[in-house]
Design a protein around this ligand. Structure first.
Ligand code: MN
Length: 164
C-alpha cells in the first residue's frame, strides 16, 4: 500500500498544470502532423489562395504563436498590424512585403522580415511565385493581429518592380 501511494504521489506531481498543459492528444508533448491540419485562409483576411497551419499556440510556450502560411502566386494578406510585432521566415519561394509608406520589398527563401508592434503592413506571394512563410508572432492581450483593408491590385502590383 505504501508503495502504491508513493507512485500515485509521483503521478500527481508530474501532471501538467493548466498553464503548461499540452493541447488535447499531446500528453507526451508531441503534436502530430495530422493534429494541426492546414485550413484555407479566410477571405476576410487574405486575397487569393492561402492556407494556414497553426504550429504553436500562445499557451504552449510563453506568449509566442507560430504558424505556417502557404501563399499561391498572387495571394497576399490584407493590410494588418500586430500588437506585439512579428518575424516572418521564408521557407520556400519568393514573396513581397510592404510597410505602410514604404516600398514593396521582395523576400525569398531564407530571408527573415521583421515588423515592429503596431506597424501597418502586408505580406504574401509574388505575382509569379508562391511563398511559404513561417511566422513568429507575439500575443498581447490575447490578440496577435488586427486585420484592416485589402491590399489593392495596384498596391500589390508595385511588387513587380521591387528590388532587394
Ligand atoms: Mn504580419
Amino acid at each position: 500500500m505504501r508503495r502504491i501511494a508513493w507512485i500515485m504521489a509521483i503521478a500527481v506531481a508530474a501532471a501538467p498544470s493548466a498553464a503548461t498543459a499540452a493541447p488535447a492528444g499531446a500528453s507526451d508533448g508531441i503534436v502530430r502532423a495530422d493534429a494541426r491540419l492546414a485550413v484555407p485562409g479566410s477571405p476576410a483576411n487574405f486575397t487569393g489562395k492561402a492556407t494556414v497551419r497553426p504550429i504553436v499556440d500562445a499557451a504552449q510556450i510563453g506568449q509566442t504563436t507560430i504558424g505556417e502560411v502557404v501563399f499561391q502566386p498572387g495571394a497576399r494578406s490584407r493590410w494588418h498590424t500586430h500588437p506585439g510585432g512579428q518575424a516572418i521566415y521564408v521557407t520556400q519561394g519568393c514573396g513581397w512585403t510592404q510597410r505602410e509608406g514604404g516600398p514593396v520589398v521582395r523576400i525569398c527563401k531564407g530571408d527573415t522580415a521583421f515588423v515592429p508592434a503596431g506597424i501597418k503592413h502586408w505580406h504574401g506571394a509574388a505575382a509569379k511565385s508562391g511563398m511559404v512563410q513561417f511566422s513568429v508572432t507575439e500575443t498581447i492581450g490575447g490578440r496577435t493581429v488586427t486585420w484592416l483593408e485589402p491590399v489593392t491590385d495596384a498596391q500589390y502590383q508595385a511588387g513587380a518592380t521591387a528590388v532587394r
